[in-house]
Design a protein around this ligand. Structure first.
Ligand code: ADP
Ligand code: MG
Length: 186
């Protein structure tokens, strides 16, 4: 089999597995389809090369950082056609996000802007003018918040795209009630 044909076959097998076992489809993004494997595990199947590279990055980021603010990655196929991740449910609302983390989702940008050099560049060029980042003293106080500390730590240790971690859709809640990023492959 050619190297191009192998991921195709692997994907076919993984999708077949999901179908034959009646796995519930949890969602689909630009390059991956996600199923519930067990009540605690998600199966993320890459639909193309981009999806495989996202799967690989999530595995690498998790194993490099063991950060509590991302989904754990437990298993992968050798070519990253699929990974098995910690299952999450969507965050219900901004209020729930606040209750679980102690930070308002809309303040994430300001906090990252203050604390991480790489986001400064991104926000300065794209967000700062258009979205009027208003940094207040309260944002500096948030640097003591545990969730914020973990998020900043993650951004500093990885090349994670900061503009992808400031929206509520990027987060989920784990079965042990952690708020985590669920799509951090970029
Ligand atoms: N670990 C997970 N647990 C539960 N649902 C998930 C998980 N990861 C992703 N999903 C769901 O699948 C969708 C697509 O996954 P995502 O990681 O965003 O893929 P893509 O990289 O293709 O955008 C998400 O929007 C979410 O609804
Ligand atoms: Mg996505």
């Amino acid at each position: 089999m050619t190297s191009i044909g192998k991921p195709f076959q692997q994907r076919k097998r993984a999708l077949q597995y999901a179908e034959e076992n009646g796995l519930l489809k949890l969602g689909e993004g630009s390059s991956r389809r996600v199923f519930m494997l067990t009540p605690k595990l998600a199966l993320k199947i890459a639909m193309d090369d981009d999806g495989r590279s996202q799967n690989k990055k999530e595995d690498v980021v998790y194993n490099k950082t063991h950060s509590p603010v991302i989904t754990k990655v437990f298993k992968n196929s050798d070519d990253y056609t699929w990974i098995v991740s910690e299952l999450v449910r969507p965050v219900k609302s901004d209020n729930e996000f606040y209750d679980l983390t102690g930070i308002n989702i809309n303040d994430i940008r300001c906090v990252l802007f203050i604390a991480t050099p790489q986001s400064k560049d991104v926000y300065a060029s794209s967000y700062n003018a258009s979205m009027k980042l208003k940094i207040k003293q309260s944002h500096y106080d948030l640097l003591e918040n545990d969730f914020v500390k973990d998020l900043i730590d993650l951004v500093k240790k990885t090349k994670i795209a900061v503009y992808d971690i400031d929206r509520i859709q990027q987060y989920g809640v784990t079965t042990d009630q952690r708020v985590v990023l669920l799509d951090f492959g970029i």
